[in-house]
Each structure stands twice: as structure tokens, then as C-alpha cells.
Design a protein around this ligand. Structure first.
Ligand code: M6R
Length: 599
């Protein structure tokens, strides 16, 4: 999704901004631009396409100036084009602005501004902001921004320059902005990654706050004027955690980091047969749990439901955050509201959380990015400790989310005064080693993948707690290989999807040991009878599985209730290798964004 970076200090700003934009590429974008202030003159350069298309623009590296803003755009209003790219400027080129988010009342504001004689050049909602600020500008950018924003409905993370002021004004509502405090320099961005090269001391701007940044000074205040005393945080990640370290893609690196990621999420949270979590309120009387999330995080929520209902005997409802936020929902006294998000910035998940909290819910967040908006707004949280996830397709965050949900479920059971299943606790520590064994299958899976690079459709089938794994396997494949794929509960196939099965249809079955493995095998028989091509993930050398499968991927056996943590690994690898063999941009698939900060 759109990215912002800006700088004021002593460095070569053009180079710094371009380098920063490259670090934001993983978020997904279709155009980019920079604006640099020098000697009361704003130079703006933008291009459709990749940062490398911007980088080669003649003279861009030679632009002088120590203060500037830059942007990667992910189109919402208006097609990807040079004109629609940011920064936007007013018609005299006196003010430049970059914007993340969506201005909802832009139609009415645009009409008013046109009546006042302002001339629009782009199709974007963002351009109204620059004209609105211009309208209110009377020698003070801070006041002009405040006044303009008081008319705006919607979400924004903005950064604004005026040709006559050696400072940058930034503001946020619903779109993250992080300010890095350096030695005689300030660098800000929409996430921490481009800041970390320069400083690890950061301030997370809250909604309805703005900052006025100059090289040696900063001021944080509310958009309505009240001064805010913000806390300075230390970023704990290191730069080498966001390097590829010899892997061809971030996604592959992140798949291979999963044993360690799982150890990290478990670390210190199981001691002497007990679960240790820091939850700031009593969970012993819970009567219902509601979990909301999006995409892969929603799949982990569904897995959480299977685990918690079985082990903790509390009803769990799950909801897409995008649905929860707009439907009639009920919050009761003994409910717990759980949000799951890798980025901690997903707009729908954040809105669902705010709605539930406004209705009186107690909330817990399972979040990866420390200091993210959702992490700061939940009542209590469990950090995933997966480390930075750069590949757009989520892998290690999913594994950590599922592990964290298991811990949360067991913690609630313990607080209810019930005995924990020690076999599960023990086996959780064995899973990382078993994941390593799955990773050793990467070569074998890439050989299997060669058979399916031309497939147009895939089905993924699993039952019980491996149904969410089927959904996740299908999502991974479609995201990065652009092959249409659907996940279903295996037995549901006969109610419709079975019509699709023929000799052209690869069907991935998850057939690991479980109380209903025989039922899964029956579904495999039905598929085979329609000439489907079976790729089976199994921990079982069963004769029927061998006979029915075209390809078998053998995984280590674990406890049935933990099997999703193992079974998802070969599915991630299968998706990865198919996409890589097709020579696609695995880490930055088309149309997708790492952090979906608009609804
Ligand atoms: O950051 P979040 O976990 O809130 O993101 C939710 C989804 O946007 C995300 O999981 C998306 O589905 C991924 N691209 C999946 O690989």
C-alpha cells in the first residue's frame, strides 16, 4: 500500500529518499515520486512504474537540498499514472504534499475548490488536500494544515512542504506515520524500515496528531492545537533481519525462518507446565470469544476457533474484520474480542477493534509489528516475535499467529482453573524441529511444482483443523502464482466443486493422521474417480493414500491438534516454487500490498 518517507537534515536528500522508497517497495505500489526543497524552490519528479524508473530520471540524483518528501502510490482514486503519482503540488508549485489514505468527502471539497478557481490536474482524492492547504496558507504552514484538515473526512497520513519554510508538517488519522529522531536530522516514514538506517529512536504518531519537523527540533501536537508529550521508543529490530541473506526471495527466507520464529513465540511463555502471558485482565469468566482479522490472519483465526472450542470449551466466533465493522454486532459482558494482524495497521481490523471497544469489549491483539497502531490500541496483547515479514505473502506470521492462539486458548483454560494437556505443551516444543524436516523437502517440492506451472486452477481440500490450512494453501498459491485456487472442507466438495474436477485439475489433499482420516481418504477416492490429479500431504504411509495420489509429500507426524503448524509448510513451499518457476515477482505480487491501510 502507499508509502511515505521524508527527511530534514544535512544529508544528500535525493539519494536518501530514493533509498527509502526502495525499502518501502515491499508494501506494493504502482508509481512513485519525490519533492525536494532548495533555495525557496520545490523540485518535484514522479513516474509511473518502479523506483528504478524514477531513479534513472536525468538529474534526479543531482537535485540539491536537505529537506524533502517522497511517496510510493498504490492506486485507489484514478489509474496508476505519472499525473496521479505523488507528491501533488498547487498550481504555482509553492506547496507539495504526499498522502496515504482516502479522503471520503473529496467530491464536495473538490467542487468548492473549483468554484474558488483552483485547478486540478489529477484524478486523485489526495490533490484536494494540497489546494485546501494553499487556500488556508497565510505565511504559516502549520496553521494552514490544521485549518485544512478540519474540513477533511476520511483517513490520512500526510507530509507537506512549503517553498518558504524549512520544515515539514506531517499529520495522521488512520494511516501510520513514524518519526525517527536523529542527531540534527529527522526522518519519518509510514513504517519503521526505511528509518532504521539512520536512527532507532522513534515516535509513533497517534491519530489526530501532527508533527512539525526541522533538522534540530520537533513539535508534536494534536490537529486541534493541544501540545502532546510523546514517548520516544527504541526500535528493537536490526537491519540484517530485513536483508535477504542469500535467499532468492524474502518469502523463501521467511519460510525458512519459521522454526526460529516459532521458538521465539514460545520463548518464556510455557514454564513448568504453565502458560505465562501478560494479559492485563481476568479471563477466567469468559463466555464467548470473538476473533476478527483479514486474509491469512483470518485463516489463523479459524484455526484458533477449532483449537479453543475443542480444548477450552468456549464458543468462538470469527468474523472478517471488513464485515464486522459494518454489521450489527453484539458485545456481552463476558466476551473477549481478539484481533489478529501481522502489520498491526490493517484498516479493516483496526476499525473492527475500535467498534468492539466502543461497544465495551475487552480486547487482546495478536500482532507482529511492535508499536503498530493496533498493538497500541488493544487492551492487552501477545506479540508474535516473528521478526520483520517483508514478502507480501504472509508465512512466518501465520505460523506464529496460530501458535499464539494455541497459547492464548491454553492460558484461558488455565485461568479457568482447568488442567492443561501436558502432551500438547511438550509437543509444541518439538514442532520447530519437525518444521525443519519439512523445509528439507524444498527441493523435492520444487520438482513436483514443475508439473503445475501451466495449471489454471487448483483445489485444496482438508477437514476439521486442516480445512483452514487448505484455505491458506489456496490463498498462498493464488496470491503469488496468479493461478486460481480454492480451499474447501474436503466433504463439501461433493456439494458443488466436484463439478470442476477432471484430469486438468490438481487437487491438494491434506491427509495427515486424525480421527477422520478415513473420511478424507473417501474424499480422495471421489476425486480420483473423476480423474482429478492428487497431490497429498501426509504423515501416513497408508496403502490407499499411496494408491490414490499422483504425488505424495511426506511430513513428520505431530499431535493431531498441532498438525496445521506442520502441514502449512509444504503448501507455502509449493506455492513459492510454482511462482518462482513461472518467474513471477514472488515478494511483490501484482495488485497486492503488504499492509492494507485503506478499506
Ligand atoms: O497485516 P495483517 O495480518 O492484518 O494483514 C491481513 C491480510 O492483508 C494479509 O494476511 C494478506 O491476506 C496476506 N497477503 C496474505 O498472504
Amino acid at each position: 500500500m502507499c508509502g511515505i518517507i521524508g527527511y530534514v537534515g544535512k544529508r544528500n536528500t535525493s539519494k536518501l529518499l530514493i533509498d527509502g522508497l526502495k525499502k518501502l517497495e515491499y508494501r506494493g505500489y504502482d508509481s512513485a515520486g519525490i519533492c525536494i526543497l532548495n533555495n525557496n524552490n520545490l523540485t518535484t519528479i514522479k513516474r509511473k512504474g518502479k523506483i528504478k524508473d524514477l531513479e534513472v530520471v536525468e538529474g534526479i540524483s543531482k537535485i540539491k537540498g536537505n529537506i524533502g518528501i517522497a511517496h510510493t502510490r498504490w492506486a485507489t482514486h484514478g489509474e496508476p499514472s505519472q499525473i496521479n503519482a505523488h507528491p501533488h503540488t498547487d498550481s504555482k508549485g509553492e506547496i507539495a504534499l504526499v498522502h496515504n489514505g482516502i479522503i471520503e468527502n473529496y467530491h464536495s471539497l473538490k467542487e468548492l475548490l473549483i468554484q474558488d478557481g483552483y485547478i486540478f490536474t489529477s484524478e486523485t482524492d489526495s490533490e484536494i488536500l494540497v489546494h485546501l492547504i494553499k487556500k488556508f496558507y497565510m505565511d504559516d504552514l502549520e496553521t494552514a494544515v490544521k485549518n485544512a484538515l478540519s474540513y477533511v473526512e476520511g483517513t490520512f497520513g500526510i507530509a507537506v512542504l512549503h517553498k518558504n519554510e524549512n520544515r515539514i508538517v506531517v499529520a495522521r488519522r488512520g494511516s501510520p506515520l513514524i518519526i525517527g529522531i536523529g542527531e540534527n536530522e529527522m526522518i519519518f516514514a509510514s513504517d519503521a524500515i526505511p528509518i532504521m538506517d539512520y536512527t532507532k529512536r522513534v515516535i509513533y504518531l497517534n491519530d489526530d496528531e501532527m508533527a512539525i519537523l526541522s533538522a534540530n527540533d520537533f513539535k508534536i501536537c494534536k490537529i486541534d492545537g493541544e501540545i502532546v508529550d510523546s514517548e520516544i521508543h527504541e526500535i528493537k529490530w536490526s537491519i540484517d533481519q530485513i536483508e535477504k541473506k542469500g535467499y532468492k526471495h524474502f518469502m523463501l527466507k521467511e519460510i525458512f525462518e519459521q522454526p526460529e520464529a516459532m521458538e521465539n513465540v514460545l520463548r518464556g511463555r510455557i514454564k513448568e507446565g504453565k502458560i505465562k502471558l501478560t494479559i492485563d485482565f481476568d479471563v477466567s469468566k469468559l463466555e464467548r470469544i470473538v476473533i476478527t482479522a483479514c486474509g491469512t490472519s483470518w485463516h489463523s483465526a479459524l484455526l484458533g476457533k477449532f483449537f479453543i472450542e475443542k480444548h477450552v470449551n468456549i464458543p468462538v466466533e470469527i468474523d472478517y474484520a471488513s464485515e464486522y465493522r459494518y454489521r450489527q454486532t453484539i458485545v456481552k459482558d463476558n466476551d473477549l474480542f481478539v484481533v489478529i494482524s501481522q502489520s498491526g495497521e490493517t484498516a479493516d481490523t483496526l476499525a473492527a477493534l475500535r467498534k468492539a471497544k466502543a461497544d465495551g469489549a475487552k480486547s487482546i491483539g495478536l500482532i507482529n509489528v511492535v508499536g503498530s497502531t493496533i498493538a497500541r490500541e488493544v487492551d492487552s496483547g501477545i506479540y508474535l516475535h516473528a521478526g520483520p515479514e517483508i514478502g507480501v505473502a504472509s508465512t512466518k506470521a501465520f505460523l506464529c499467529q496460530v501458535t499464539a492462539l494455541i497459547l492464548l486458548g491454553l492460558y484461558i483454560k488455565q485461568e479457568k482453573g482447568e488442567k492443561l494437556d501436558q502432551e500438547i505443551l511438550k509437543e509444541l516444543f518439538n514442532v520447530p524441529e519437525k518444521i525443519k524436516k519439512c523445509l528439507n523437502l524444498s527441493k523435492e517440492i520444487s520438482e513436483i511444482a514443475k508439473n503445475y506451472t501451466h495449471s489454471r486452477n487448483f483445489l485444496y481440500l482438508g477437514r476439521n483443523n486442516n480445512f483452514p490450512v487448505a484455505l491458506e494453501g489456496a490463498l498462498k498459491l493464488k496470491e503469488i502464482s496468479y493461478i486460481h485456487a480454492e480451499g474447501y472442507p474436503a466433504a463439501e466438495m461433493k456439494h458443488g466443486p466436484i463439478a470442476l474436477i477432471d484430469e486438468e485439475m490438481p487437487v491438494v489433499f491434506i491427509a495427515t493422521n486424525s480421527a477422520i482420516l478415513d473420511k478424507v481418504i473417501s474424499n480422495m477416492e471421489e476425486t480420483r474417480a473423476r480423474k482429478g490429479v492428487l497431490i497429498t500431504i501426509t504423515d501416513n504411509g497408508n496403502e490407499a493414500i499411496n494408491r490414490l495420489s499422483d504425488k505424495i509429500i511426506s511430513v513428520p507426524r505431530t499431535h493431531e491438534d498441532l498438525s496445521p503448524l506442520i502441514n502449512v509448510i509444504p503448501l507455502q513451499l509449493l506455492a513459492y516454487h510454482i511462482a518462482d518457476l513461472k518467474d513471477l515477482n514472488v515478494d511483490r505480487p501484482r495488485n497486492l500490498a503488504k499492509s492494507v491501510t485503506v478499506e
